[in-house]
Design a protein around this ligand. Structure first.
Ligand code: ADP
Length: 555
């Protein structure tokens, strides 16, 4: 059975191992060899591997075949098809009576290539070293070291069997050193001894794998590794998901289970052709690509980096940039709106002043033109002031210049300035005569009142009374501005006092504004320790209230 790309060794004490595993068995009797090699080859035959058993005493070819037949009754079928070869060591190691390490090594690789061509998954082999004499020992040890170094690159599994009674201490050390691990029978049970070098290398590899796995799982970018799917002409057409990290699932909203093993086109059938074309270019040229694109399947914007990894593999790095794209869009819209709102009064001012200075303009016309210019200049100043207040607030630079002031006088001066703005509206005030001075930042309170009265004018198209009032309440002043305008529906109220929020409706859109007046009112009222709210009835009018605290001792 193939488990996570591992091969079943068939040997209980070993379990599953990757291709490229090279290990040894120390045996005493022929039964020890049968114990290990028979299940080893049975697992190979069961898993479509080409098997090669090079025998020597004490288990010669005929005995090995017999032992195998016990476990694999239809062995003759496998022998006939050529999936297993059981041959004597002379034939394999010493064809001309001498041992030549390079010749044997390349013969194994040839056998493997033959096996792969025939459709087998790889080569499973064993060689017995009983025949090894002292004069061959050195050459054979060098051969084992070479096998150990190169076998990792091949679809090969190898067991070398050594007779324990023929090995002295130094020989055992040589053997163990040249194999990834050894199996040996101790007190009737097979045990596994790992070579220290291999153990260390494996631990280091595991550690580095863990480090990269951690990095892969904790990185904020989504990462996916794909297998490249080619069409008949060898051109890339699709990309199968082999691995994805947690951020990939977070950024795409797709679970690992729903993508692994599937191709990009299977997971996202309506993926923009641009993505697949770009991936294809990366695979064909080997050059990485980076792009930003909207995925209509996932309804998000992504920044994608695509890389060709190696033959057959391809990787993509994802970053969800939807929020950034939305902010950029809002910024563009905002810049467009503000520039329009600044440009319109400026155009009127320039136009009015140009015409007012021309010959033939009567003094009455010229006065009206100059009035127009002044009104528009004050609108312009209002927008710029609100923008500046917002930016000071956002930069934490909203310092108030607090001084005791007469609120009645402030209300009079603001209403006076705004009265000229509309002949349709009657701005009245209600100010008790005995109000104590209040500690405030005069310019900021003027700004609050200006914004509220300006709105009352703008949003009462049929005119009517706009009342500005003030009342003393305990240790605070309650101020208000009421109008008989279009009013605000209860559902819309939560949107008020936010930056750049304008309530919908045909009427609002025909009125100049950037949706900042109420936000600035709230910032300035709260900076004074007060509160702001409203009462409103759609179609009947609104009253905006705010408080200013008048701490005891200042009254
Ligand atoms: P602007 O007037 O520039 O749009 P504001 O922040 O002053 O920005 O007001 C936000 C929105 O609140 C306005 O666009 C309007 O829809 C609504 N609004 C403000 N004041 C009134 C009012 N007195 N009557 C009706 N609607 C109002």
């Amino acid at each position: 059975m193939v488990e996570n790309g591992l091969r079943n060794s068939g040997i209980d004490v070993i379990g599953h191992v990757p291709w490229g595993t090279h290990f040894c068995q120390f045996y005493r009797t022929k039964h020890d060899l049968i114990d290990i090699l028979v299940p080893y080859f049975k697992a190979g035959l069961d898993n479509n591997e080409f098997c090669m058993w090079v025998t020597a005493e004490p288990l010669v070819t005929a005995e090995a075949k017999n032992a195998m037949t016990g476990a694999v009754p239809d062995l003759s079928k496998y022998l006939a098809s050529g999936q297993i070869e059981i041959i004597d060591y002379h034939e394999w190691y010493l064809p001309d009576g001498t041992f030549n390490d390079d010749r044997v090594l390349s013969a194994w690789v040839d056998k493997l290539n033959e096996a792969l061509l025939k459709g087998y998954s790889g080569l499973r082999l064993t060689g017995n070293t009983f025949w090894l004499e002292r004069n061959h020992w050195q050459a054979f040890t060098e051969y084992e070291a070479k096998v150990n170094n190169v076998i990792g690159q091949y679809h090969m599994l190898a067991i070398c069997t050594y007779c324990l009674d023929k090995c002295d201490g130094a020989a055992v050390v040589d053997v163990v050193k040249n194999h990834q691990f050894a199996i040996i029978k101790q007190e009737g049970k097979w045990d596994l001894i790992e070579s220290t070098i291999y153990k260390q290398a494996r631990a280091a590899l595991k550690e580095s794998e863990k480090k990269y796995r951690n990095l892969f799982d904790t990185m904020s970018e989504g990462f996916a590794v794909h297998e490249i799917i080619l069409d008949d002409s060898g051109s890339p057409v699709d990309y199968r998901f082999l691995e994805v990290n947690e951020a990939f699932c977070r950024q795409t909203g797709l679970s690992a289970d729903s993508v692994l093993g599937k191709t990009v086109k299977e997971v996202l059938p309506s993926i923009e052709p641009f993505w697949i074309e770009t991936y294809g270019q990366v695979v064909k040229t080997g050059k990485p690509a980076a792009f930003e694109n909207f995925s209509s399947s996932l309804n998000k914007w992504y920044e994608v980096n695509a890389y060709y990894v190696d033959k057959g593999r391809f990787a993509t790095l994802f970053r969800d940039i939807t929020e950034r794209k939305q902010t950029e869009k809002l910024k563009d819209e905002f810049i467009g709106m503000v520039s329009h709102e600044l440009k319109t009064p400026l155009t009127i001012i320039v136009g009015a002043l140009t015409v007012a200075g021309k010959d033939g303009v009567t003094s009455k016309q010229s006065r009206e033109l100059i009035n127009d210019a002044v009104t528009n200049a004050s609108t312009l100043a209002g927008i710029v002031d609100n923008l500046l207040e917002l930016s000071r607030y956002q930069a934490n630079h909203l310092a108030l210049n607090m001084e005791p002031k007469d609120i009645g006088q402030i209300i009079h001066s603001v209403t006076e300035k705004l009265r000229s703005k509309s002949i349709l509206h009657r701005i009245t005030t209600e100010i008790p005569p005995d109000l104590p001075p209040v500690v405030i930042d005069q310019i900021r309170v003027e700004r609050i009142l200006h914004n509220l009265i300006d709105n009352a004018i703008k949003y009462s198209p049929s005119g009517g009374e706009i009342k500005v009032f003030v009342k003393q309440e305990d240790n605070k002043l309650l101020l208000g501005v009421s109008d008989h305008g279009i009013g605000i529906s209860p559902e819309d109220r939560h949107r008020l006092f936010q930056s750049f929020e304008r309530l919908g409706g045909h009427y609002t859109h025909s009125i100049r504004g950037i949706g900042l007046g109420l936000k600035v009112c709230r910032i300035l009222v709260e900076a004074h320790g007060g509160q702001i709210w409203l009462d409103s009835q759609p179609g009947k009018g609104s009253t905006f209230y705010f408080t200013l605290s008048t701490p005891k001792g200042i009254e």
